[in-house]
Design a protein around this ligand. Structure first.
Ligand code: PBG
Length: 328
């Protein structure tokens, strides 16, 4: 035998594999998304996302407490309001569904980090992420600067209710700076911003739009979310959000965009989050239900890949399962 270099020497048994393992996923990396409705009791299963629910306001604190008990450090809240209108007015009321959920969760689990999604798509009757106007081509489009003003009101309401981190997911230009400025001016300097910085116009959000009851009634989100073809632009979006004051930046979705996560991790020194989105969840759940994939192994592999690509924070609907699997 002429081989002296044998990488398999270190794969011989689990002790050696454990010793030489480069990447680990920990429960400390995980954020659990939660959907909350205005009714007290809902517990409505989301059919396209098996194992996920729309919680009622009386239930969401329990769901969050179960996450806290497993060691998950943070939850990310999405609200489903009883009333939708063109302005998304249910988003920024101080007694909004998200504000009430934050208060209930904080009361029950004071040590849990509560992150709120700041966007209008769940609150507008047209389902777009902001206020509409006609652009210069005569096309109905989201009005950037008018939307930013409303997002500021929404983020201030969430901060007032006790949110630790606000997470703008709308992709309007300049919203991170506007949020930082307003939070600081309203004695919320300690509230952090996790920016959905490189958010792509992705087919993988399909199931979420059922979960949050937020599909656009017309058109799509390509005038504000990013073109999946653009990596350099993603880095520029991230750089802008850092300049504007983001504390954490995000790449979303995760699996088709591991290259963006790696580039962002190499280029910037700031906590980096990746959103393992609803479509990534649904496709693996569907295959696992058929017996075509081993769900546990698949999910451990994909979350390890997200960590290896360079993200430290993983937002995933599997957070509860992972907390159990990682303890085994
Ligand atoms: C928008 C928002 C979306 C998601 C998170 N925030 C949907 C969209 O942009 O259409 C998607 C999350 C997922 O698919 O899991 N507020």
């Amino acid at each position: 035998m002429y081989l002296s270099v044998r990488p398999r020497r270190l794969r011989r048994n689990e002790t050696l594999r454990r010793l030489t393992r480069e990447t680990r996923v920990s429960v400390d990396n995980l954020v659990l998304p939660l959907f909350v409705r205005e009714e007290a009791h809902a517990c409505k299963a989301i059919t396209s996302m098996p194992g996920q629910y729309q919680w009622g306001l009386a239930e969401v604190a329990d769901a969050a407490a179960r996450a806290a008990d497993t060691g998950i450090p943070a939850v990310l809240l999405f609200g489903i309001p009883a009333h939708k209108d063109a302005e998304g007015s249910s988003a920024w009321k101080r007694d909004s569904v998200v504000c009430r959920a934050v208060e209930a969760i904080k009361q029950r689990s004071p040590g849990l980090c509560v992150i709120t999604d700041v966007c209008l798509c769940e609150y507008t009757d047209h389902g777009h992420c902001g206020l509409l106007h006609q652009n210069r081509d005569g096309i109905t489009d989201v009005n950037n600067d008018a939307t930013v003003e409303v997002l500021v009101k929404e983020a201030l309401a969430h901060a007032g209710a006790g949110a630790d981190i606000v997470a703008p997911s709308d992709m309007m230009d300049g919203r991170v700076f506007a949020l930082r400025d307003a939070l600081d001016a309203n004695s919320h300097a300690e509230v952090a911003i996790m920016a959905y910085s490189a958010k792509f116009a992705s087919a993988f959000y399909g199931p979420f739009r059922e979960a949050a009851e937020s599909p656009p009634r017309f058109g799509d989100r390509r005038s504000y979310q990013m073109d999946p073809a653009n990596g350099n632009e993603a880095l520029r979006e991230i750089a802008l959000d850092i300049e504007e004051g983001a504390d954490i930046v995000m790449v979303k979705p995760a699996l088709c965009y591991l290259d963006i996560i790696r580039r962002a991790a190499d280029e910037f020194n700031i906590p980096l989050a990746a959103y393992n989105v609803s479509g990534e969840y649904a496709m693996i759940k569907a295959a696992a239900a058929q017996g075509w994939l081993d769900e546990r192994r698949t999910v451990l592999e994909l979350t390890t890949s997200i960590r290896r690509a360079g993200a430290s924070i993983i937002i995933t609907y599997w957070a509860m399962d992972l907390a159990g699997w990682l303890q085994e």
